[in-house]
Design a protein around this ligand. Structure first.
Ligand SMILES: Cc1cc2nc3c(=O)[nH]c(=O)nc-3n(C[C@H](O)[C@H](O)[C@H](O)COP(=O)(O)O)c2cc1C
Length: 322
């Protein structure tokens, strides 16, 4: 039931991908996810430098003994972007996931020449079609409910997934508010061939956060007004116009950091630190998650969490079609 074009493309057991997590997407956490049969994601920015990335990639590869994993390079949110790409290619990373702003057009040929599977994460149909045209092997689509870089034209997951899936020939991976068996199954039924999960993975035993913070995430109420405002509201028109006017006038990594804050409705967006310098450890993480962080009913190991999604998802489906 759960084999799809995505599981075959990536060589994974379950159609589940761990989301990129700035500050928290360590190689160790990615290793646990991949060992459990999903696709673990090591976020390159966490390694900080190309040398650090090389060292940590070697540890990850040695831990996984050939099992697949992905390396996320968030464009203009990852320091030493070009050198990080070079190290990734040099070290034979099996899957590169790019995200955030634009498409890494300059790196597409190198990834293809080196047989690296390339996934690109987007929030709109227009960007999905562009990435497909550029040769992405699969597209990751995040609906409005997800945490991360937003787009004023982003639709809720339920509207976005079937619409984008209808337009693509390449397989679609989807997320944004996925964190339990129902939402996992939902994105598959809506037309995705794998689910992409960020916030909910942070509640697992292996996530690099203190236990009381994981409990805090699980106890979060999805109808918390501040959370609704941050995740679902459109940005202020005034701030949006102002930040758009700054494009090209400040370094791109500064601009992306400011834009992200505008999209998250932060009134202090002009002082936004560079994304890789932002501290989202400990309780600070409460501001950096979606509703889905509260969906798991308890702290589980990565393996238990994945099995909960898959086994319960299967039961839900059997009950529906019985
Ligand atoms: C703490 C945190 C940090 C994130 N950092 C990044 C990042 O550096 N790059 C990126 O492309 N996405 C990042 N994301 C977005 C996730 O990869 C994913 O798209 C999102 O979490 C999906 O929605 P969900 O949170 O509802 O699962 C981050 C998400 C969280 C929760």
């Amino acid at each position: 039931m759960l084999q799809t074009r995505v599981t075959r493309l990536l060589g994974i057991e379950y159609p589940i991908l761990q989301g990129a997590l700035s500050g928290l997407g360590t190689w160790k956490f990615a290793a646990e996810v991949s060992k459990a049969g999903a696709l673990g994601c090591f976020t390159a920015a966490v390694a900080r430098t190309p040398e650090g990335l090389r060292r940590q990639l070697r540890m990850l590869k040695s831990e996984l003994k050939g099992k697949p994993f992905s390396l996320n390079i968030s464009l203009y949110m990852c320091p030493y972007q070009d050198d990080m790409f070079k190290v990734a290619i040099d070290e034979g990373v099996p899957v590169i996931e790019t995200s955030v702003y634009a498409v890494p057009d300059d790196w597409v040929d190198s990834m293809k020449d080196n047989d690296i599977i390339w996934l690109h994460k987007v929030t709109t149909l227009r960007h999905a079609l562009h990435a497909e045209k550029q040769g992405a092997d699969a597209i990751i689509l995040i609906g409005l409910e997800g945490f991360g870089f937003k787009n004023p034209r982003q639709l809720p997951t339920m509207a976005a997934v079937p619409w984008v899936a209808r337009h693509l020939k390449k397989p679609l991976i989807a997320g944004g508010g996925v964190g339990d068996p129902h939402t996992f199954l939902a994105v598959l039924v809506l037309g995705a061939e794998a689910a992409y999960i960020g916030s909910a993975f942070l509640t697992t035993k292996e996530a690099p956060l203190p236990t009381h913070v994981k409990e805090g995430l699980l106890n979060m109420k999805p109808d918390n007004q501040e959370l609704i405002y941050r995740i679902l509201s459109p940005p202020s028109q005034k701030d949006f116009i102002e930040v758009m006017e700054l494009r090209g006038k400040v370094p791109m990594e500064r601009w992306v950091a400011m834009m992200e804050r505008v999209l998250l409705k932060d009134p202090d967006w002009r002082e936004a630190p560079l994304v890789w310098e932002e501290d989202i450890s400990g309780e600070k993480v409460y501001k950096y998650v979606s509703f889905a962080a509260s969906y798991p009913h308890k702290i589980m190991s990565v393996k238990e969490f994945i099995h909960w999604l898959v086994d319960e998802g299967r039961k839900i489906l059997e009950n529906i079609i019985r």
